[in-house]
Write a protein that binds this ligand. Structure first.
Ligand code: SAM
Ligand code: DTB
Ligand code: SF4
Length: 408
């Protein structure tokens, strides 16, 4: 029972003022708090969110939280448009890393065999099919600690050929150094995905073979090379609520924010150490999406792995909370995703439409620029030709005048 008790008023800086009235009884759930929040309606692109401020957002009544997230979302995006990416595992299994959630880690027996890097033609075939089915971005994933030199050449060719289909390209190949990132960028890779996965504090419980700092370094290399950053995490790995807040804080600290923020719900795969972890309450998952939307107003927040295990209402709530990107296609990397027909029906039911490719806009802009350049070049050429013709005529006349001078 909530009684009048401590009234906490925190100025969170900039335009955010949060007032929380605490009951004297210990807080059992979000419902026992009342909060009033003043947020800039369009949100703010900030990198200095404190953990307390983020936890306070999480603690808002659900309806208030979703309202704020919607306001921020609508200030930056068409609320009914969803970016659509398709995933392909280009090299599956036997990964040397020990990520406890991952069916592809060679440390656990999940029944996955070791596969070789796919051939470029196979990848292009799949990319074409994804494009024909309506995807605008093709994401290729490899179960590597980091790419080996000889594999990188093949991967660069995949980027070039997939891009030539008019698709945006994304890759997730593990850690990359500065040189590898530059080469991927030069080949035309649009996005590089590398997730922080969880909070710095919980990280050691999940992965021991690469550090949080390693991950941040890779993200720095990707940014430095001029590619767009795709970085997010996984929820439902037994982490505490504070870990979810700390993960989002880490992501929001990246400057600039990642353009794409995948929020995965753990897919529990038999054989992995997390196969029996307790389910995360879907409402807590939706809260995290909403907080991600508020913290990173201009980023695409992807409702990533785990959709197959979610009902339609949870997915609809995620879109309402500000998720505006999905993986589309029957398969994620090694686990399944909702069937394409099912997603089409969901989009129709919710009145959602696939986002017009950002890259198309860029391509259009490039096309327009190219066209303008071409026209200018043609005009210049025409003018030069006219000049040359005049000069030639004059020359000819002069020539003629000399040559055909009246004979005396
Ligand atoms: N090996 C590369 C790496 O880790 O950077 C790329 C592939 S890895 C599979 C890409 C991401 O998929 C991981 O960082 C993790 O966030 C996500 N992921 C892997 N297994 C998952 C699972 N069972 N449930 C949810 N997300 C998962
Ligand atoms: C991301 O954040 N999620 C995707 C993508 N980036 C590469 C991967 C999800 C993998 C889910 C488990 C699987 O299918 O193997
Ligand atoms: Fe390997 Fe990536 Fe899976 Fe970790 S998440 S085990 S690095 S494939």
């Amino acid at each position: 029972m909530a009684t009048a008790g401590l009234r906490l008023s925190v100025n969170l800086g900039m335009n955010v003022k949060l007032t929380i009235s605490e009951p004297t009884m210990p807080l059992a759930s979000h419902e026992s708090r009342t909060a009033s929040l003043t947020l800039a309606p369009g949100g703010e692109v900030r990198h200095d969110w404190t953990i307390e401020a983020i936890e306070a957002l999480f603690a808002l009544p659900f309806i208030d939280l979703l309202f704020h997230a919607q306001q921020v979302h609508r200030a930056h995006f068409d609320p009914n448009a969803v970016q659509v990416s398709t995933l392909l595992s280009i090299k599956t299994g036997a990964c040397p890393e020990d990520c406890k959630y991952c069916p592809q880690s060679g440390h656990y027996n999940t029944g996955l065999g070791k596969e070789k890097l796919l051939e470029v033609e196979k990848v292009v075939e799949q990319a074409q099919a994804a494009r024909d089915a309506g995807a605008s971005r093709f994401c290729m994933g490899a179960a590597w600690k980091s790419p080996r030199e000889r594999d990188l050449d093949v991967v660069l060719e995949m980027v070039r050929q997939v891009k030539a289909l008019g698709l945006e390209t994304c890759m997730t190949l593990g850690m990359v150094d500065g040189d590898q990132a530059n080469r991927l960028a030069e080949a035309g890779l649009d996005y590089y995905n590398h997730n922080l996965d969880t909070s710095p504090e919980y990280y050691g419980e999940i992965i021991t073979t690469r550090t949080y700092a390693d991950r941040l370094e890779t993200l720095g290399n990707v940014r430095q090379a001029g590619m767009k950053v795709c970085a997010g995490g996984i929820l439902g790995m037994g982490e505490a609520p504070r870990d979810r807040a700390a993960l989002l804080q880490q992501l929001a600290r990246l400057e600039p924010h990642p353009e794409s923020v995948p929020i995965n719900m753990l897919v529990k795969v038999p054989g992995t150490p997390l196969e029996d972890v307790d389910d995360l309450d879907p409402i807590e998952f939706i809260r995290a999406i909403a907080v991600a939307r508020i913290l990173m107003p201009e980023s695409h927040v992807r409702l990533s792995a785990g959709r197959e295990q979610m009902d339609e209402s949870t997915q609809a709530l995620a879109f309402l909370a500000g998720a505006n990107s999905i993986f589309y296609g029957d398969q994620l990397l090694t686990t399944s995703n909702p069937q394409v027909e099912q997603d089409r029906a969901l989009f129709a039911k919710l009145g959602l439409h696939p986002e017009v490719v950002e890259k198309s806009a860029r391509v259009c802009a490039d096309d327009a620029r190219q066209q303008a350049d071409l026209e200018t070049a043609l005009e210049v050429r025409a003018a030069r030709q006219a000049e040359a013709a005049l000069a030639a005529r004059a020359g000819k006349l002069a020539y003629d005048a000399t040559l055909d001078a009246p004979r005396v």
